[in-house]
Structures are given as structure tokens and as C-alpha cells.
Design a protein around this ligand. Structure first.
Ligand code: DI6
Ligand code: FE
Length: 402
């Protein structure tokens, strides 16, 4: 994705990641980055010299969409569990009976790196097909040193071989593997003393995540993981307050987390902690939808305390087998009552912040990577309003049609 061409998009209706421009815009790209923006009414012929011009014909331009939370590398699938839930079993019951995450762990451990790559590729391509240009991918189905690193290598390879930016997160503390039954502290030691140092040394992880929940790890255990991650220069994130309120979000915020994700059970003290720390609240309506949850994240409180809300698919084989950010835009509005613009900020500017990449992607602004999408509509709200439409007309990564 290295290029040097200069291109100028003309006549675009611009949603820049935060707001919609009042009039049609020209967007100039040089060497893969956004060079400048100008209203069409102020553009003169000199501005266009040296550029290959592309007429957007009044189409909506948004930043390339950012999926800041996925688990799209995994072995097998859980269609059988989907059927079991339809027969009345709960996610927690299935997890306690050795199904759920642990069944994906068995399949992931059994898969070769090539097999994982080949099965993950169409999932990532599905996200790209409706506008994703940056995708975070977590490990968390290996749960031992070799298999966690294997997953991260697959994620890195996806980023190298496909025209999309991939950010990787070590989620060793996702579930307790069978070998450590009744020894969660021992497993956390393995995460802290072996997985984190190895992932950092090999440059395989950009961040470290945890699942802080009654069926996973305690706040104190998650805090140990955060300390180790920070000691190795890695950013931190958390799956927190998804099924109950343990105070994991506040603990993550105090430790300096980029984001806390799910947060259906977050309370006002938790929201205050996010606001104070500048931690992003990531909403995952796909998991909420699939699990038929009824407890909605505290959107009004997040607004009141001005906590930026990101929005992601949580694409995974169990709770969110959904590979579409556009569907998330609709679900964030219909299920969580976000406005379409709030939802769009969630998959652009605020999604970038949830990855610590706000200086690189997520907005159409001078100096940032030229990652953007053109859509077959003029109205940003239509991206959330309609499912299946509007069509993606162009997906640009580093100024190149991808
Ligand atoms: N919360 C989730 O929703 C996913 N992981 C997590 O910590 C579920 C992952 C799975 O069921 O495979
Ligand atoms: Fe998740």
C-alpha cells in the first residue's frame, strides 16, 4: 500500500468523521494522505493542477469505517450452539457446560495457521465489502502461549495480504482454559509472564484485552494483566459490564484503557470514571441482539458526561456472528437509540480513538491517512436507516481504490 500519486476528489458530500460539511467539497490526496479540503465554491483551476481528478458526482464521502472490536480469527463455528439457545439454553449455561468460548478454543487449537487464515479471510472481506478500512482483531481462542501467538500471526498476515489496516489485540484473558480449571490466578500468571512478553517481543500485539466477568476473570486479575501490558508498552482495553456490574470499566479507566467494551451494566460512577480518564465507551449491539439482552448501555449518561461512544461488530462465532458494520449502524439506532450521526462517529472518529489511532484514521482531515468510502446516497443518515443499502461505490485505502 505504498503509493505516490496525487488525486483530487471533486463534488463530495462530506461527513468528516464528526460532522457533515455544509457544501460540496474537494478532497486532495498526496502520497496516501489527505493533503487539503476545500469547498467546491472556493476551488480554482490552479488547485487542480498536478492531480488526477475524480468526480464524486455529489456522492456521500465518509472516512473508511473502523471496526474497533472483532474476534474474526477462529476455528470451527457455533451454529449448533445457536440452535441450542433456540431450544432454551442460555449463553452462560452453555459456557459452564464446556461449550461456548471453550468449544471454539478446541477448534482453534486444532487448526493450522493456514486454515485459520483461509477461514478468517472471507469474514474480513465481508467487513471490507461494506466499508471497513481498519479492523481490530483479537486473539483469545488459543488460551495457551503457542496458540495465542498463532492467532496473532494470522491477524497480522491478514493485514499484510488484504487492502485493510489490521490492528491486533492479545486477549489471553478471555476464558479459563481446561488445563487451568480451578486455577485462574495461575492462568493469569501465564498471561502476564509469558504471553504478554512474547507478543510484545515479536511485535504481534498492539494492545491487550481482558474479559472481566463472573464467568471469566475478576477485576483484580484484570488489573494484573493491565500492569503487565503497560510494562511492555502495550495499550489496554476491556470487555466489561457485559453481563453484570463488577466495576471492571472503572478499573480499566483508572489503568488508562483506550476503551471499555459492551458496558450494558455500566453505572453512573463507571461513566464518570470513563469521562475522567478519557476512555472510549464501545457499544456492541450485535452481541446484545444475538443474546436477546434487554439491559441497554447507559447512553444518556454517556452523553451527559461526554464520553465518546465507539461502535463495533464484536464479530465472533458465539455472541455476534455478524460481519457488517453497516448493520451495527442500524442496530445502534434501533436498539440503543443513538442518532445516525452518533452511530457514524462510532465507526469513524470515535472508533479510531478506541484504538489510539485518532492521529492516523477515522476522520477526513489534512495529514490523516486517505482512507475513505463513497456511498450511493447524499444523506449520512441513510447509512444507518437502511439495511443492505446504500451501496458502497468506492473504498479507498491510502488514497488507492481498494
Ligand atoms: N464477550 C463476548 O461477547 C465475546 N467474548 C467476550 O468476552 C464472546 C466470544 C464467544 O462467545 O466466542
Ligand atoms: Fe468481544
Amino acid at each position: 500500500m505504498i503509493q505516490s500519486s496525487s488525486r483530487l476528489w471533486l463534488n463530495a458530500i462530506l461527513f468528516d468523521g464528526l460532522n457533515t460539511a455544509a457544501e460540496p467539497m474537494a478532497v486532495a490526496v498526496q502520497q496516501g494522505r489527505i493533503a487539503w479540503l476545500k469547498p467546491m465554491s472556493e476551488l480554482n483551476t490552479d488547485d487542480q493542477s498536478g492531480f488526477e481528478c475524480i468526480d464524486a458526482q455529489g456522492a456521500l464521502m465518509t472516512p473508511g469505517l473502523i471496526d474497533c472490536h472483532t474476534h474474526l480469527v477462529f476455528g470451527g463455528n457455533r451454529a449448533g450452539e445457536f440452535e441450542a439457545r433456540l431450544e432454551g439454553k442460555s449463553y452462560e449455561e452453555i459456557a459452564r457446560a464446556g461449550g461456548g468460548i471453550i468449544s471454539t478454543v478446541r477448534a482453534t487449537r486444532a487448526a493450522t495457521e493456514d486454515e485459520l487464515f483461509e477461514s478468517a479471510k472471507p469474514r474480513l472481506q465481508a467487513l471490507m465489502a461494506d466499508g471497513a478500512t481498519t479492523v481490530e482483531i483479537k486473539s483469545g481462542y488459543g488460551l495457551d502461549l503457542d496458540n495465542e501467538l498463532k492467532m496473532l500471526r494470522v491477524a497480522r498476515r491478514l493485514g499484510r495480504e488484504l487492502p485493510v489496516r489490521v490492528v491486533t489485540t492479545l486477549l489471553g484473558a478471555h476464558a479459563l482454559p481446561p488445563e487451568y480449571k480451578d486455577d485462574a490466578d495461575g492462568y493469569i500468571e501465564l498471561v502476564c509472564n509469558q504471553m504478554i512478553p512474547a507478543a510484545a517481543a515479536e511485535g504481534l500485539a498492539d494492545a491487550v484485552d481482558v474479559f472481566c466477568e463472573n464467568i471469566a476473570f475478576s477485576v483484580a486479575q484484570c488489573e494484573r494483566v493491565y500492569t503487565a501490558a503497560k510494562a511492555h508498552g502495550l495499550a489496554i482495553k476491556g470487555h466489561t459490564e457485559q453481563l453484570s456490574n463488577l466495576g471492571g470499566s472503572a478499573a480499566a479507566a483508572r489503568a488508562g484503557a483506550l476503551s471499555v467494551d459492551h458496558i450494558e451494566y455500566l453505572d453512573e460512577d463507571g461513566v464518570k470514571a470513563l469521562a475522567e480518564a478519557g476512555t472510549v465507551a464501545t457499544l456492541l449491539p450485535g452481541a446484545f441482539f444475538i443474546l436477546r439482552e434487554t439491559r441497554v448501555p447507559p447512553i444518556e449518561l454517556l452523553r451527559r458526561y461526554r464520553v465518546p461512544m465507539a461502535l463495533a461488530t464484536d464479530a465472533n462465532p458465539g455472541t455476534s456472528p455478524i460481519f457488517s458494520l453497516k448493520l451495527m449502524l442500524n442496530m445502534a439506532c434501533t436498539l440503543f437509540r443513538l442518532t445516525p450521526i452518533e452511530a457514524l462517529r462510532g465507526v469513524t472518529a470515535h472508533g479510531a480513538r478506541a484504538l489510539g489511532l485518532q492521529a492516523e484514521v477515522g476522520r477526513i482531515a489534512p495529514g490523516l491517512q486517505a482512507d475513505f468510502c463513497l456511498w450511493d446516497t447524499t444523506n449520512p443518515a441513510e447509512l444507518a436507516y437502511s439495511v443492505g443499502l446504500p451501496r458502497l461505490v468506492q473504498r479507498i485505502v491510502s488514497g488507492e481504490l481498494a
